[in-house]
Design a protein around this ligand. Structure first.
Ligand code: NAG
Ligand code: NAG
Ligand code: NAG
Length: 438
């Protein structure tokens, strides 16, 4: 093919992709909650990071696995329910309308679930790419702490006991060292309840007194019954021509599937997204944010206090006089990343998120779509600034200012040590997590 012909073809592809995206007049991809793909929040700059007079010495980074498949329970519900809802939609005589257009109807006609129970929570192709590209960008920014030659004394790379974190670690390593070398990278044996990477699996008190009640009777359950949610369900029923056959859980399943399919496919639109208005998405996103706020965030002190072993691991990595390992990278889960963010005091709103204050919280900081996407990552880079230790903090590859250094990206290590001294010196995980008998 001549280069002219290639160019024409490329333009054609761009036009198709652009018109595809035009079909939804608002950025629905911004409201997908914990199923947001990383490409929507990442900092795609490859440029080297330099602070005058400072040399990067070490890094400690923790990464949520990349885009994955749904859980078993989601797969079962999707397979059981969505084909029926698809049929309702394609047989409805009130369609197309301004939301579900002819293009969406065509996508619905072709839609079928391709998931089997065995695929549950596995890393997807999008997730592989997220890891490769994230590693490449981080290496470009900090070439001296991300050596491109692998050695197991400079690198400590660890993942939790799961396929999705194991594969994430492999593809990240492939981004750093190339696919061939990545095969030879030595990873420690993962443990089912890792005290650093997945501490909350060991926190009985949190499981029993926070996680379970939040799930069974938390704010998100109250919000599910609010007038906002009732409106979403009514509108989706009307828009799809389903009469009143769709329940709250059907609508949630459609939102979940819209999220996953958007994450998996950058170039094609999921028809399940077309049934919602922008306001509907905002309500559904809030429902999601409520759950994580109370389960892993600021809702209860214990949720984030118990992150002290992970935080302490970072501090001791930088405290050690030994230059090795230089680079620590952990592959973990949303539950760890969110608790750590709250442990640090980041994205803290002045008011708690509740089922009653959706309106007041429209401009909240705690938005899982931004702070808890797939491949969410938190990195601390230790610098030597003419003998003074300083730390740069990155979340989603963007500089974040810690509460103890509100005016500067680089924060003195001693300031961090003082500000979080309670966490560092009195991290009694056993006692905070044990269930008292009385
Ligand atoms: C390096 O790899 C070997 C296995 O090849 C392992 O026994 C050893 O513990 C590793 N060292 C470190 C520091 O992880
Ligand atoms: C580094 O520190 C030394 C003394 O500790 C001082 O003389 C020198 O000017 C400093 N250099 C810079 C670039 O700040
Ligand atoms: C994105 O990364 C580049 C370095 O590659 C950095 O200079 C820039 O400040 C980052 N953007 C934000 C918003 O932090």
């Amino acid at each position: 093919m001549t280069s002219n012909a290639k160019y024409l073809l490329l333009c054609l592809v761009c036009l198709i992709v652009a018109s595809e995206q035009c079909s939804q007049p608002y950025p629905f991809e911004k409201y997908l909650g914990t199923r947001s793909p990383y490409r929507l929040v990442s900092n795609n700059s490859f440029s080297n990071v330099n602070f005058e007079g400072c040399d990067p010495i070490k890094i400690w980074m923790i990464v949520r696995h990349g885009t994955r498949n749904p859980s078993i329970s989601n797969i079962e519900s999707i397979n059981a329910r969505l084909p029926k809802i698809r049929d309702l939609i394609i047989n409805s005589d009130s369609l197309p309308n301004e939301f579900i257009k002819n293009r969406d109807l065509d996508l619905f006609k072709k839609w079928k679930s391709r998931l089997e129970v065995d695929d549950e929570t596995k890393l997807t192709v999008e997730g592989e790419e997220e890891m490769l590209l994230l590693a490449e960008r981080m290496q470009n920014r900090f070439p001296t702490v991300f050596d491109n030659i692998y050695s197991n004394t400079t690198y400590k790379i660890k993942y939790t006991f799961s396929q999705r974190t194991k594969k994430s670690a492999y593809y990240f390593a492939a981004g750093l060292f190339g696919k061939k070398t990545a095969k030879d990278v030595w990873f420690p044996e993962p443990s089912k309840k890792d005290p650093i990477l997945r501490f909350y699996k060991l926190c009985d008190k949190w499981k029993k007194e926070i996680k379970e009640p939040v799930k069974d009777s938390g704010e998100q359950n109250k919000f599910k019954e609010s007038s906002y949610m009732i409106k979403v369900v009514t509108e989706v029923n009307k828009r799809t021509g389903a009469g009143n056959q769709l329940s709250v859980s059907d609508v949630l399943l459609m939102y979940i599937t819209c999220g996953f399919e958007t994450a998996w496919n950058k170039y094609s639109k999921s028809p399940w997204c077309s049934v919602f208005s922008e306001e509907n998405f905002k309500v559904l996103e809030y429902l999601e944010d409520l759950k994580y706020y109370w389960q892993d965030g600021y809702g209860y002190d214990l949720s984030y206090k118990q992150a002290c072993p992970a935080f302490g691991d970072m501090i001791s990595h930088f405290d050690l006089t030994s230059p090795y390992p230089k680079t620590t990278i952990y592959f973990s889960h949303s539950g760890t990343l969110l608790k750590l963010l709250a442990h640090l005091g980041l994205y803290k709103d002045e008011q708690p998120l509740t089922a009653e204050n959706f309106e007041n919280m429209r401009n909240r900081k705690w938005r899982t779509s931004l702070i808890d996407s797939f491949a969410t990552n938190l990195a601390f880079i230790l610098y030597n600034c003419n003998g003074t230790k300083k730390i740069l903090t990155l979340h989603q590859e963007n500089f974040v200012k810690l509460p103890c250094c509100p005016d500067s990206d680089l924060c003195e290590f001693t300031k961090i040590y003082d500000y979080y001294s309670q966490s560092i010196k009195s991290c009694d995980f056993q006692s905070m997590c044990s269930i008292s008998d009385n």
